[in-house]
Design a protein around this ligand. Structure first.
Ligand code: PLP
Length: 392
C-alpha cells in the first residue's frame, strides 16, 4: 500500500545531497545487468581498519562499553584528541574544546546551525564538499562560493576571496587537503584568510579531515596562525586517517562557548557518540601510526600512476594532487559536459566517476576520480577512459 503523501517542510527543498551515493546506486544498477564496474566514485579508503583498533573496539564491547556517555564525548577520548591534535599542529588544545560526534560531518552541520542566522554570509570553496553548500542553503544563510584555481594547484582565487569577504561575512569554510581536487591551500591563502577573518571578525571552519594524507611537506592548520585559534573550528576525525568510515567517529575543536552549544545539539539529536567506537578511537590515536603511513605511501604510488595515465590521454590534463585520494582531471577539451562524459564512462565503459558540477558550478569541465582502489583496477580504469576518449 502506498504510504501517506509526504508534505515536507519548505526547508527540505533547500537541502542538497552527495552525488557519490547516487552514482553508487546507478553503478549497482549497471552491475545488475552483468557489466563489471570499476568504482572510482566513493570517497573512502579501500583499506581495512587496522587490527589493533578493531580489537580495542571488541574489547570495549566485551568490557561493557554499551551505555550512554557524555554528549561531548568520553573524557579519555577528548583528552587523547586534545593531546594528539595539538602536538600534530604545534599548538595547545584543551580537552574542553573538543566535541566528539558520530563521524565528522555532524561538526559541519552543528557548527553551521549554531552560528548562522538566516541571511548570514558564508564564504566557501567551489568546487567543494557538497554538504557545505547544502547546509548553508538549508539554514537560509547566504552562500558565497570562492572559485578554486587549477593553475595554483586548486588553492583559492585570492582576488575573488578578497572581494567576497567583508563586514557581513560570518564564517569562512576551508578544506585542505581538499575534496574533490586533492589540492592544498597555499601558506599565502591561509595567511590571507587569517587576515580577512580577523579584520572582519568572522569564524573559520577548517575541514582538515585529510590532514594525514599529504604527500609533500607538513600540514599547516589555520588555527595555528597567530590570533586564529579563538575563531577557528577544526573539523577532523577517524574516517579517512584510520580507514574507519563505517564506525562513525569524528570531532571538532573549537572555543568552549561554541563547544557547549555543539554538545547541546548532540544532546538534542544523537545523545552521544557510541561509546565502544570512542574507546577504539583512543586506541587509534595512542597506538602505532605505521598503518597510516603505509596507507598514505600506497595512495602516493597510486596517485602517480593515475596522474601519469590521465595526462597521457589526448584532451585530458590532470594537476598532480598534493593530498587526499582524489584526482580531478580537466576534461573540458573533450567536448561533452562533465556529466555526459561521466554517464558515458559508467554506462558504456564500466567506470564509475563523479562529474565536477556535483561539487559546485566551478566544477564543470572536470571529473573526480577516487584512487582508493587497487593499482590493477586503476590501471584498467585508465585504459577504459583512454578508449572512451578515442571513441568519442
Ligand atoms: N569533510 C570532507 C571534505 C569529506 O570529504 C568527508 C567525507 O567524505 C567528510 C568531511 C566527512 O567525514 P565523516 O565520514 O567522518 O563524516
Amino acid at each position: 500500500m502506498p504510504g501517506k503523501t509526504a508534505h515536507l517542510a519548505q526547508r527540505m527543498s533547500r537541502l542538497g545531497t552527495e552525488t557519490a551515493f547516487d552514482v553508487l546506486v546507478k553503478a549497482r544498477a549497471v552491475e545488475a545487468t552483468g557489466r563489471a564496474v570499476i568504482h572510482l566514485e566513493i570517497g573512502e579508503p579501500d583499506f581495512e581498519t587496522p587490527a589493533h583498533i578493531v580489537e580495542a573496539g571488541i574489547a570495549a564491547l566485551r568490557g561493557g562499553a554499551t551505555h550512554y556517555g557524555p554528549a561531548a564525548g568520553l573524557p579519555e577520548l577528548r583528552e587523547a584528541i586534545a593531546r594528539q591534535a595539538g602536538a600534530f599542529r604545534g599548538m595547545t588544545i584543551r580537552p574542553s574544546q573538543v566535541v566528539v560526534t558520530p563521524g565528522a560531518k555532524p561538526i559541519m552541520y552543528f557548527c553551521l546551525t549554531a552560528l548562522l542566522d538566516e541571511g548570514a554570509e558564508v564564504v566557501y570553496p567551489n568546487p567543494g564538499f557538497p554538504i557545505y553548500e547544502s547546509v548553508i542553503n538549508f539554514l537560509g544563510a547566504a552562500g558565497k562560493p570562492v572559485p578554486l584555481l587549477e593553475k595554483s594547484g586548486f588553492s583559492f582565487d585570492l582576488d575573488a576571496l578578497r572581494q567576497l569577504v567583508g563586514p557581513a561575512t560570518r564564517l569562512i569554510v576551508l578544506n585542505s587537503p581538499q575534496n574533490p581536487t586533492g589540492g592544498v591551500l597555499s601558506r599565502e591563502a591561509l595567511e590571507t584568510v587569517a587576515e580577512l577573518a580577523q579584520r572582519h571578525d568572522c569564524w573559520v571552519l577548517s575541514d582538515e579531515i585529510y590532514d594525514r594524507i599529504l604527500y609533500d611537506g607538513q600540514h599547516v592548520s589555520i588555527a595555528s596562525l597567530p590570533g586564529m585559534q579563538e575563531r577557528t573550528i577544526i573539523l577532523d576525525g577517524f574516517s579517512k586517517t584510520y580507514a574507519m568510515t563505517g564506525w562513525r567517529l569524528g570531532y571538532g575543536i573549537m572555543p568552549e562557548p561554541l563547544a557547549d552549544a555543539v554538545a547541546r545539539l548532540m544532546t538534542n539529536s544523537n545523545s552521544c557518540t557510541a561509546t565502544f567506537t570512542q574507546l577504539a578511537g583512543v586506541a587509534a590515536l595512542e597506538g602505532p601510526q605505521a598503518p597510516v603511513e603505509a596507507m598514505t605511501a600506497e595512495f602516493l604510488r597510486r596517485r602517480n600512476v593515475v596522474v601519469e595515465g590521465l595526462n597521457a590521454i589526448p584532451g585530458i590534463s590532470c594537476t598532480c594532487p598534493a593530498g587526499a585520494f582524489y584526482a580531478f582531471p580537466n576534461i573540458s577539451g573533450l567536448g561533452p559536459s562533465a556529466q555526459a562524459f561521466a554517464d558515458l564512462l559508467l554506462e558504456k565503459y564500466g567506470v564509475a566517476a563523479l562529474a565536477g558540477p556535483g561539487f559546485g558550478r566551478y566544477g564543470e569541465g572536470y571529473l573526480r576520480l577516487s584512487y582508493a582502489n587497487s593499482l590493477e583496477n586503476l590501471t584498467e580504469a585508465i585504459r577504459r577512459i583512454a578508449q572512451a576518449v578515442a571513441e568519442l
